[in-house]
Design a protein around this ligand. Structure first.
Ligand code: LLP
Length: 403
């Protein structure tokens, strides 16, 4: 059990707390599911990019799935070897492509024909051959929130099957491109296996048709997306996930890559915030806390549910309240009509499942410094990012202030 009161006392609030042992357990369960097959679990750095978190996965042998050169640099700093780093994203700048090639990462995941052309040109200028994969958009409905659905043709990601085939042929004939992998990622917070299996079948068929024309790929990258329990969702078991993917790869000797983010970190994370006061407007009751949408955006952006536990001595009857932060937006809430007991000034609320897309989607809106982050491992807590101060917030502007 994590002693949130003690941590809040020592590090202040609002505060992110990550259970590193839980991350270990999740990583090992997934790795085990692919046992006996060549596989790389490439942690999706965007889910929680704190260097100590990435390093925790690096120490277990994880790779990294990155979507900016900044994330690639984080992966290197955290000790992930170049040969386990993948660089994806629909819009990479020339400078990013150049640096990725120079750093000799496992491959650049190309998302359009135009991008393939840029990668080729840049590799040529560097007098080298760039390893690439192509992100295929299999046009499968992943049955998740539309904002985090990515595998349909009306999403901006990847290319359709016939374009992909044309691109592989072009890459294979190029002096400066080395097509080594194929990639798809149909969405995030997936709770049904069938769409993943269907997508894998489609992509594996493309691999076979490429083999028939002597284009042999080594890496079959199934993206991320494994859903987790926020509330009462049924989730996919890693073993079933692995079996579903493996079943589509008969007669193909490929290394499987998966890119989980949320699965590894979401339920390891807690956002701890302090009650400032309660108030009532007409019939509506509010609990105002010191954390806000700039710390944890998911409820405001996706209407996402996060379980909330009140650490209080109060024994009154629970009632329905909106839990809101101090930011000047009506969308600044963590939950609406949520049942909590009456709360006192300085009671703590622990918002759960906050380890993925929590801190990373934070901002400084309303000139609020971002929270501190703390890791708990083997019963010991340590600071892994200090709280931002006012000076941190103005550091990049101060020198430009005119008299
Ligand atoms: N690989 C690719 C290419 C991705 O685009 C993503 C996530 C992942 C892997 C990791 O997906 P995961 O295993 O975490 O589902 N901010 C949203 C989630 C956006 C996900 C974007 N891509 C949220 O808070 O729910």
């Amino acid at each position: 059990m994590i002693d949130f009161k003690a941590l809040a006392q020592e590090y202040g609030t609002p505060l992110y707390v990550y259970d590193f042992d839980y991350m270990t357990k999740q990583y090992e369960e997934l790795k085990e599911a692919f046992r006996g097959r060549k596989s790389i679990v490439a942690y999706a750095v965007k889910a929680n990019s704190n260097l100590s978190v990435v390093k925790h996965f690096a120490k277990m042998g994880s790779g990294a799935d990155c979507v900016s050169i900044g994330e690639v640099r984080r992966a290197f700093l955290a000790g992930i070897p170049a040969y386990k780093i993948i660089f994806s994203g629909v819009g990479k700048s020339d400078a990013e492509i150049r640096e990725a090639i120079e750093r000799d990462i496992l491959y650049i995941n190309v998302e359009s024909e135009a991008e393939l052309g840029r990668v080729e040109l840049i590799a040529k200028a560097l007098d080298t051959k760039a390893r690439i994969s192509i992100r295929v958009n299999p046009n499968i409905d992943p049955k998740t929130h539309p904002y985090i659905s990515t595998g349909l043709h009306d999403n901006k990601f990847g290319v359709d099957l016939s374009t992909a085939k044309r691109m592989y042929i072009k890459a294979n004939n190029s002096e400066n491109l080395d097509p080594v992998g194929i990639h798809f990622h149909i969405g995030s917070q997936l709770t049904e296996l069938e769409p993943i299996r269907e997508a894998a079948v489609i992509v594996a068929d493309l691999v076979r048709s490429l083999e028939a024309i002597d284009i042999e790929l080594k890496f079959f990258d199934v993206g991320g997306g494994l859903g987790i329990k926020y509330n009462d969702e049924t989730t996919i078991k890693p073993y079933d996930y692995a079996q579903a993917i493996l079943s589509t790869l008969t007669a193909l000797d490929m290394t499987i890559i998966c890119e989980p983010g949320r699965f590894l970190t979401a339920n390891a994370g807690y956002f701890v915030t302090k009650v400032l006061y309660e108030k009532q407007n007409g019939e509506k009751k509010f609990v105002v806390v010191d954390g806000a949408m700039n710390d944890l955006l998911r409820p405001s952006l996706y209407n996402a549910y996060h379980e909330i536990e009140a650490l209080t001595q109060s024994e009154g009857e629970p009632r329905e309240v909106d839990i809101v932060g101090p930011v000047c937006e009506s969308g600044d809430f963590f939950a609406k009509d949520y049942k909590l007991p009456p709360l006192n000034h300085n009671d703590l609320l622990v918002i759960k499942s906050a380890g993925a897309y929590g801190f990373g989607m934070g901002s400084n809106y309303n000139t609020r410094g971002r929270s501190a982050e703390v890791a708990v491992e083997n019963g010991k807590a340590r600071l892994i990012r200090r709280r931002e101060s006012f000076d941190d917030l103005i550091a990049l502007e101060r020198e430009f202030l005119e008299d």
